[in-house]
Structure formats: structure tokens, C-alpha cells
Design a protein around this ligand. Structure first.
Ligand code: SF4
Length: 292
């Protein structure tokens, strides 16, 4: 619960505000860029919502915030924000909201599909929030949980217990230690089912993998994201914990695949044509090679 006494001075006056507990995960500024922005080390409200749709966006940010750092001074039905999650990204792919502080506000996604296609898939772990769990249950539960890397596992154990789902993760990121049921190894791509391909992408961490769904949706964890500033795909040099050189190699391998969506754990998501994604990926690889 945000504290009005700790309201950041960077907020514009008015109803919604961010307090001093903000960890600068950028979830709010990505979810409601018309209201929240990153002013430096933290985020703040730079414009108050004026319409019903904008108020809904602000309430969604409030619910998604991992640290409860977004507050409001007026009375609102918070269920408008709560019930908005999982929120549709495109087709049968949803953003879970309810990010977790333990994964620094990383975004997690839900693929909703019939049992005949393998059932629902959760990619990385949201916060284990009762409302979200209930909503996911109503959407068919979780058959599999795909974990891109060790930083974004959050409440994986509770979700696995609740939905009795199989967790999938690479051995290089300590999958055995955290009790994962299906442990991947090596650096070859792996067809998990008819629609999901696992592509090992060591770099950010040793056992990082990305998941490609239907040659369209690429769930990239902390490997690849969109840069609104540079208007192209990017990677994060400062958090290449394992090896930037290996991450650059992994990025080059991604050039062999078709995708239209980049859905990261951290950073902005992006949708474009396969051709444009190829172009932006090449530009990202070229840029990575110039960075030491
Ligand atoms: S979502 Fe919360 S923690 Fe993340 S940047 Fe916004 S206010 Fe800060």
C-alpha cells in the first residue's frame, strides 16, 4: 500500500502518485506510458488520468506494481485493475500483471490453449496473488510453466503446487536446486511440443533460454527487448551476468528464427512483421558487437 507521506516530489499534483518505495522496474511506465514515466532512478505520475480508460490503466499499473508503490487519494474500484489481468496481448497470449518484487517486477505471460494442444502455459512467474490465481484457474489453470532463467522464477513453487504443473528450465540456471520437474541441458534447440520451441540463449545467465510459440511469439526473458529510445531491439549490457560475448553469440543464433512478437521479462515488448523483426535483430547484433 503506497504511503502519501512518501509521495515522490516528481509526481504531478492530483489523485494518483508513486511513493519512495518504487524500485524503478518500469512496469507502470510500460503499462500506462501516457500517465507514468521514468524520471531517473524511479518512476512518477507525469499526467493524471482524465478518462475512464486512463483511470483503468492507472489502476492496472497500481495492481501490477511489484512493491505497492502506486497510490491514489480518491476512491476507486480497484477491482477494475485486478480483474483486468490476465490482460490480452494478442490472440491467446496474455500478460499476467501482478509482478513480483523478487524478480524485480519481471513480466510473465499466459498462453491459453485447449488440452488437445497441450493446455495452458505460464511463462515465468507472476506474484502468487489470490485474485490472479482464481482468474487463471477460470481460464483453464496451468499445464506447464516455462522458466526463462533463474532471476524470474518468483513464486514458481506455489504455482506448481496449486496447478500441479510441470516446470521446465535449463540445468545451467540451477533448475535441479529449485526442484524443477523437467530439466533441459545443452545448447541445441528443443521442440517442447508441436507449437513451442526452446532455444538456449546463454549470456544474461548461463542457463537462459527463450521460448518461441508458433513461430510468432518469442518470450525472451532478459535476453532481448525493444528499446523505445533507439527504436530497435536491444539487450542489456549492464546485466549480462554470465557473459556479454556469449549473449551476442546467442543473439546471432536467433537470426535463424521467424517471430513477430518480442515479449520480454524486463524492457518493452514489440510487435512487427517478421521482416522488420529480422532487420531490428540484425541491428541489435551489430550494436552488441560494438559494445565491450
Ligand atoms: S511499477 Fe511500481 S516499482 Fe515499478 S516503476 Fe512503477 S511505481 Fe516503481
Amino acid at each position: 500500500m503506497a504511503n502519501i507521506q512518501q509521495r515522490l516530489p516528481e509526481n504531478v499534483p492530483g489523485d494518483f502518485f508513486v511513493d519512495a518505495t518504487c524500485i524503478d522496474c518500469d512496469t507502470c511506465s510500460q503499462l500506462a506510458p501516457e500517465l507514468f514515466h521514468d524520471h531517473g532512478e524511479q518512476c512518477s505520475v507525469y499526467r493524471q488520468p482524465e478518462t475512464e480508460a486512463e483511470t483503468r490503466s492507472a489502476l492496472m499499473a497500481l495492481v501490477a506494481c511489484p512493491t505497492g508503490s502506486i497510490g491514489k487519494t480518491q476512491k476507486h474500484d480497484v477491482h477494475i485493475g485486478i480483474d483486468a489481468f490476465p490482460s490480452q496481448v494478442s490472440e491467446n497470449v496474455y500478460f499476467c500483471g501482478f509482478t513480483s518484487e523478487s524478480s524485480f517486477g519481471a513480466w510473465s505471460y499466459l498462453i491459453v490453449r485447449p488440452e488437445t494442444e497441450g493446455g495452458n502455459v505460464l511463462i515465468d512467474s507472476p506474484r502468487y496473488a489470490t485474485h490472479l490465481v482464481r482468474q487463471i484457474e477460470e481460464m483453464g489453470g496451468v499445464r506447464r510453466m516455462l522458466l526463462t532463467h533463474k532471476d524470474d522464477v518468483a513464486d514458481h513453487e506455489r504455482f506448481a503446487r496449486k496447478f500441479d504443473c510441470e516446470r521446465v528450465m535449463h540445468a545451467g540456471d540451477g533448475a535441479q536446486r529449485i526442484g524443477v520437474e523437467r530439466i533441459l541441458s545443452g545448447e541445441e534447440e528443443f521442440q517442447l511440443d508441436q507449437d513451442i520451441l526452446v532455444i538456449p540463449t546463454p549470456g544474461h545467465t548461463r542457463g537462459h533460454v527463450v521460448f518461441l510459440y508458433r513461430n510468432k511469439f518469442l518470450f525472451t526473458g532478459d535476453h532481448l527487448a525493444w528499446s523505445p529510445a533507439r527504436k530497435t531491439l536491444t539487450a542489456f549490457r549492464s546485466v549480462a551476468w554470465y557473459s556479454w560475448a556469449r549473449q551476442t553469440e546467442s543473439m546471432s543464433r536467433l537470426a535463424n528464427y521467424d517471430f513477430e512478437w518480442v515479449l520480454p521479462g524486463h524492457g518493452n515488448l514489440q510487435h512487427d512483421s517478421i521482416q522488420n523483426m529480422r532487420y531490428h535483430l540484425q541491428s541489435c547484433i551489430a550494436w552488441m558487437k560494438t559494445v565491450r
